[in-house]
Every structure is written in C-alpha cells, then in structure tokens.
Design a protein around this ligand. Structure first.
Ligand code: HEC
Length: 150
C-alpha cells in the first residue's frame, strides 16, 4: 500500500484488477467486498440484539438457533472478506499485519456461535444467556484490536 509512487505506477501496469484500490486514499476505499462485510456485521448486530431483547424472553429457541448458525457461517467466511488491500474506514490496518491472529478471532467467534446453537437445543434460558454472552465477548475481543469506530 505504501510503495513509492514510481513502483506503484510500474506494478499498477502489471496488476490491473487491484489498481482501483490505489486510486483512493487509504481508509476511503469502498468496494463490493467492504459493503458485503459491513452488511454481514450489521446482521450480526441485529441478531445478537434480538437474542437478548426478544428471543430469550419469548423462549424462541428456534430463532436463537437460526441466528447462531448465521453467525457461525459468517465467522467462517469473515477472513475471506478482508483480502489484502481492502482497507476501509472501519477496518484497522493491523488486520493485515496480524492476519493469523485476526483469523483466530474470527474462528473463536464462529466456535462460540456453534456452542450457542448447541446450548439453545437445551431450551434453558440461563445457559442460553451465558452462551450468548460468550458470543458477545468474541465480538468485543476482535473489535478492541481491529475495528475502528467511525
Ligand atoms: C474477527 C474480528 C471480528 C469479529 C469476531 C466481529 N467483528 Fe464486528 N467488525 C470487525 C471489523 C474489522 C469491523 C469493521 C469492518 C469495516 O468497516 O470494513 C467490524 C464492524 C462491525 C460493525 C459495524 C458495521 C458498520 O455499520 O459499519 C458492527 C455492527 C459489528 N462489527 C458487529 C459485530 C458483532 C455483533 C459481532 C459478534 C456477534 C462482531 N461484530 C464480531 C471485526 C470483527
């Protein structure tokens, strides 16, 4: 990303598909992949809120299982939506410095969501609430290192 200008021009001639990324200042680049991940994060935000504010109280464990599976699938796909060079206002550039750690955090999130899915099968509010809190902790853990609030 921070190559000298001349080499940027030279490599731009060779790497045509990624040149669009360099036409923008770092941090302002938006693309379909950034839109996609933001959409998926918003869905997780809505899912986790609905679990605490609606589904647990209503005893709607089927809805919790559905939300948990959606989050788990997203956790597994998440690293692929952060390809090298896909900087954005919300993504800390450290993601690409520490990509194995970022991937571990995404995996921890997916695993916690699968655990929530399993516990929801018990139909017991207390354990379900604890498992949902554990999912929330994995969101927070990644955000502390890698999300820029804007
Ligand atoms: C492995 C890292 C990681 C995990 C796990 C994670 N997030 Fe995020 N989250 C991010 C990053 C990075 C961004 C900024 C993405 C961007 O703007 O390009 C973000 C952005 C968001 C946003 C803002 C979207 C917007 O409107 O711009 C919300 C809401 C969000 N996350 C919710 C959650 C919730 C809820 C969870 C857990 C259920 C979660 N995230 C788990 C890394 C993570």
């Amino acid at each position: 990303m921070r190559k000298p200008f001349l080499s940027l021009i030279l490599s731009a001639a060779l790497v045509v598909p990624t040149t669009a990324a360099w036409a923008h200042e770092p941090g302002t680049y938006e693309s379909p992949i950034v839109e996609e991940r933001v959409k998926r994060f918003k869905q997780s935000g809505a899912d986790i809120q609905a679990i605490f504010k609606k589904h647990i109280g209503a005893g709607n464990y089927a809805a919790i299982e559905e939300a948990a599976l959606r989050m788990a699938a997203w956790g597994r796909q998440m690293p692929d939506t952060f390809p090298e060079g896909s900087s954005s206002v919300g993504a800390n550039p450290d993601i690409w410095e520490n990509f194995p750690d970022f991937k571990n955090k995404a995996e921890a999130f997916a695993n916690a969501a699968m655990q929530l899915k399993a516990v929801a099968g018990s139909r017991q509010a207390g354990p379900v609430k604890s498992a949902a809190q554990a999912v929330g902790a994995t969101c927070k853990s990644c955000h502390q290192s890698y999300r820029i609030k804007h």
